[in-house]
Design a protein around this ligand. Structure first.
Ligand SMILES: Nc1ncnc2c1ncn2[C@@H]1O[C@H](COP(=O)(O)OP(=O)(O)OP(=O)(O)O)[C@@H](O)[C@H]1O
Ligand code: SF4
Ligand SMILES: [Mg+2]
Length: 422
């Protein structure tokens, strides 16, 4: 996220932290400046079985197959990738909705995959999730007050009984909703407002980390911008770290300090937003970027469209060597035999260019797919009064609230998002 958006200091040292943590090894205790979250070799395999009475495992769906990343305090890490590449599975493991098959999730230096009971509850409090679909993730039979206040039943120490109503009303206010709506039901809100309720619930326990899994994909485009701007503001206000999963590469660029690109259960390239968007070195990232709609007609004319052939292989049958090789136009014999590691490619190791970032490719090459200004989002604060804006994020409107809405059907305006990844 750009520092100008929020007025906070940017976390430009994210990638430095990543390499420092790697150099220091796994057992380093948590210290000020360390990543708040370290994920190493995270794996989730779902067994494939045959037989009804005597189930026999015949394989596994390798939904997540060795994911590594760090999240610095106050940082937003965006995760992008095609449908089915394992983004939600990573999110679910981080918030303990799914147990990992292997790997380490270290929060403040402690491996949370080994915790249970009270210690685990304390960690869970600090890592909260905002879900994709505000239409199904809120219990229709509960009032907004009960929905937002529900976490206090498990963590009464955060808000003793007598103070809960006020706390919930404060949260409604923080997310741009009228505190008087506390007794309403989810169906009395629009999609954007419901997502604000989901965000308020995510904030109820004062977490340090928010895992947001496609938080705006189910909303129409104008509301998407408002919710993204809200998340942006809340991050600065509450000093949150975000893992932000989305299909839309423009949204991810707008909100992220760093971006990780996933393919078939692994991160294949990771770096700052500038490194990934303007200096991608992995063929898969380059193909993804080449498919993004570009608002500027001149930029659109000059960009190269890379068409990927073939389907994404099944996660139950991952290709040997480089998992992207069956669709990569640069694949060679080495790609079939040798798994490329997520690291700075040798060719860039001694250079000072932004291409010097982690990329899991034997033949990494910088390729600027989208001309420099093509995907850049211009926040409203940067614009002069007469500056026209094509960015949906220039809206500074705090809420899509307006008059109390009538029950609204689910809005799904995905067609306006351009070719999504999933
Ligand atoms: N409980 C499960 N049992 C078996 N396979 C699963 C299970 N959950 C997910 N998968 C498989 O794991 C893979 C990754 O799923 P996941 O939901 O993490 O993808 P995703 O990147 O979030 O996709 P999308 O962008 O569509 O949300 C998919 O192939 C999916 O079918
Ligand atoms: S390692 Fe080979 S197959 Fe994989 S992305 Fe690089 S060039 Fe393509
Ligand atoms: Mg998902």
């Amino acid at each position: 996220m750009n520092a100008e958006d929020t007025g906070r200091e940017g976390v430009a040292g994210g990638s430095t932290l990543l390499s420092e943590a790697r150099e220091a090894g796994r057992e380093r205790p948590y210290a000020e400046g360390d990543p708040i979250l370290e994920v190493r070799g995270l794996v989730k395999h779902y067994p494939l079985t045959r037989g009804i009475l005597f189930k026999k495992q015949i394989g596994a769906v390798k939904a997540v197959d060795g994911v590594d990343f760090d999240l610095a305090a106050g940082e937003t890490l965006g995760i992008v990738g095609e449908s089915g590449c394992g983004k939600s599975t990573v999110a679910k493991m981080l918030v303990h909705l799914e147990p990992p098959t292997g790997g380490v999730i270290r929060y403040r230096g402690e491996d949370v995959t080994k915790l249970s009971g009270r210690a685990l509850r304390a960690v869970r409090r600090n890592i909260q999730m905002v879900f994709q679909d505000p239409y199904t993730s809120l219990n229709p039979r509960m009032t907004v007050g009960d929905i937002i206040g529900e976490p206090y039943e498990i963590h009464p120490e955060v808000a003793p009984k007598g103070s809960r109503r006020q706390k919930v009303q404060d949260l409604l206010d923080v997310v741009g909703l009228n505190p008087e709506y506390i007794n309403r039901y989810p169906h009395q809100f629009s999609g954007g407002q419901r997502q604000r309720i989901g965000i308020a619930r995510g904030l109820a326990l004062n977490p340090e980390i928010i895992v947001a899994d496609e938080p705006v994909s189910a909303l129409d485009v104008s509301v998407q911008a408002q919710v993204v701007n809200l998340l942006d503001r809340l991050q600065a206000e509450f000093d949150l770290s975000f893992l932000f999963i989305a299909h839309d590469l423009s949204i991810v660029r707008h909100i992220s300090d760093r971006v990780g690109v996933m393919y078939l259960g692994r991160i294949v390239e990771i770096g700052t937003d500038e490194e990934i968007y303007d200096h991608p070195t992995h063929p898969y990232t380059q193909a993804l970027l080449s498919a993004v709609p570009v608002p500027d007609p001149t930029a659109r004319e000059h960009r190269e469209r890379i068409i990927l052939h073939g389907d994404v292989p099944s996660p139950a049958n991952i290709p040997s060597g480089c998992r992207f090789r069956t669709r990569c136009w640069k694949a060679q014999e080495r790609c079939r035999l040798e798994v490329p590691l997520l690291a700075v490619p040798a060719v860039f190791r001694d250079s000072e260019t932004p291409a010097r970032h982690d990329s899991a490719c034997h033949f990494a090459e910088e390729k600027q797919v989208v001309p420099h200004e093509g995907l850049r989002e211009t926040p409203a604060e940067d614009e002069g009064p007469s500056s026209p804006s094509s960015s949906p994020f220039s809206s500074s409107s705090p809420s899509d609230e307006g008059p109390p809405p009538s029950p609204s059907p689910g809005r799904d305006d995905r067609s306006a998002e351009g070719p999504g990844l999933g």
